[in-house]
Design a protein around this ligand. Structure first.
Ligand code: NAD
Ligand code: DAU
Length: 332
């Protein structure tokens, strides 16, 4: 039994990870989460009380972080401001949480010599042309485009520097776009599913040719647990499930799976600086640690996700109106 401190455990991927860990291991989890607009305590319902302690707090609170890190064996760091559109509207919280928050955690794990795993994104590598045969690998140069991705890139570089300069025992993973239950309705897939459920037309930015490389959140969780257990200190692992699809394809598939006319969506104002394509080569993770995704059938994973949003309206409805007001004000 090991004691894990999971930051951002009430968010989308963090909560999926906590459920995964509780199902698959006997570890005890302490969640540290500020419950921002993106965090939801209800996402952790069903986790047995003796397996998890929930602490509401900020990862930039050095005193609190120091105490919680001292009580843990390992730290898995998911907490972040995670949405590109928000980072274009108001960048400041992204610097505070993604940069200063990560710095605060690194200082604590350094002081207490704790194992640290940093969750990051493929967006640190910038974007690829639609017809580029290359995909991102662990050696692709950093070239972030948005305030969000540049703060994630900064946090990755801090982790690497703390490994090299101070001997912190850390690993990093950079994953592609996740989908699955408990994802906030601001994000692409849940926004379109809940629009259809509310009788509103889905909204596609620009022409919708942009490509994202989709992976189910549970496959991401399995990869993170494996890296935590068997990853080599100082190493970065790219996590992706060969799930490239254009946004147009995804929106049409959602409409079709929900029994609607696949063309019944609107084109809206494009995102500023919109990355064209992300694509991950996860050979290193597969070869060195033996990871394989379980959810290889995207339409099946999407069908299950649609069912989850249909059956859990009480979870997403409170956030829907404010989210749509934000988008409407931006013409999106
Ligand atoms: P999310 O926005 O759903 O959740 C973020 C969580 O962090 C929330 O529970 C929020 O309350 C918490 N949080 C925010 N600021 C905090 C602070 N200062 N102190 C403590 N808690 C705070 O995000 P997500 O989509 O689950 O992403 C989780 C991590 O995975 C992020 O680091 C993100 O960069 C990374 N990531 C996300 C994706 C994706 O597709 N969503 C893909 C690759 C990597
Ligand atoms: O690649 C990993 C990243 O994936 C993570 O680091 C981020 O935290 C996560 O939010 C996600 O970033 P994206 O910007 O790719 O995800 P988002 O869901 O915001 O948008 C996915 C694509 O869909 C993107 O090309 C923009 C487009 N889009 C989005 C919304 C909300 C639309 O066309 N319409 C929409 O309404």
């Amino acid at each position: 039994m090991s004691r894990l401190l999971v930051t951002g455990g009430a968010g989308f991927i963090g909560s999926n990870f906590v459920h995964h860990v509780v199902r698959r291991t006997d570890h005890h989890v302490t969640v540290l989460d500020a419950l921002t607009y993106a965090g939801n305590r209800a996402s952790l319902e069903g986790v047995p009380e003796d397996r998890m302690t929930f602490v509401r707090g900020d990862i930039s609170d050095a005193r609190l972080v120091d105490e919680l890190v001292s009580l843990a064996d390992s730290v898995v760091h998911f907490a972040a401001e995670s949405h590109n559109d928000n980072s274009l509207a108001e960048p400041r919280p992204f610097l505070d949480t993604n940069v200063v928050g990560t710095f605060t955690l690194l200082e604590a794990v350094r002081r207490h010599d704790r194992r640290f795993h940093h969750i990051s994104t493929d967006e640190v590598y910038g974007d690829l042309e639609l017809d580029d045969p290359e995909r991102f690998t662990e050696t692709t140069p950093y070239n972030p485009s948005s305030p969000y991705s540049s703060t994630k890139a900064a946090s990755d570089l801090l982790v690497r520097a703390w490994v090299r300069s101070f001997g912190v025992r850390a690993t990093l993973s950079n994953c592609s776009n996740n989908y699955g239950p408990f994802q906030h309705v601001e994000k692409f897939i849940p926004r379109q599913i809940t629009n259809v459920l509310e009788g509103t037309r889905p909204k596609l930015y620009g022409a919708g040719a942009n490509v994202r490389d989709w992976i189910h959140a549970d496959d991401h969780s399995a990869a993170v647990l494996l890296i935590l257990e068997r990853g080599e200190i100082g190493e970065t692992y790219l996590v992706g499930a060969d799930g490239e699809r254009s946004n147009k394809e995804v929106v049409e598939l959602i409409l079709e799976l929900m029994g609607e006319d696949p063309q019944a969506y609107d084109h809206v104002v494009d995102r500023a600086g919109h990355d064209l394509r992300y694509a991950i080569d996860s050979t290193k993770l597969r070869r060195e640690l033996g990871w394989e995704p379980v959810y290889s059938d995207f339409p099946a994973g999407l069908t299950a996700t649609i069912r989850w949003y249909r059956e859990n309206a009480q979870w997403w409805r409170p956030a829907k109106r404010a989210t749509e007001e934000f988008y409407q004000a931006r013409g999106q």
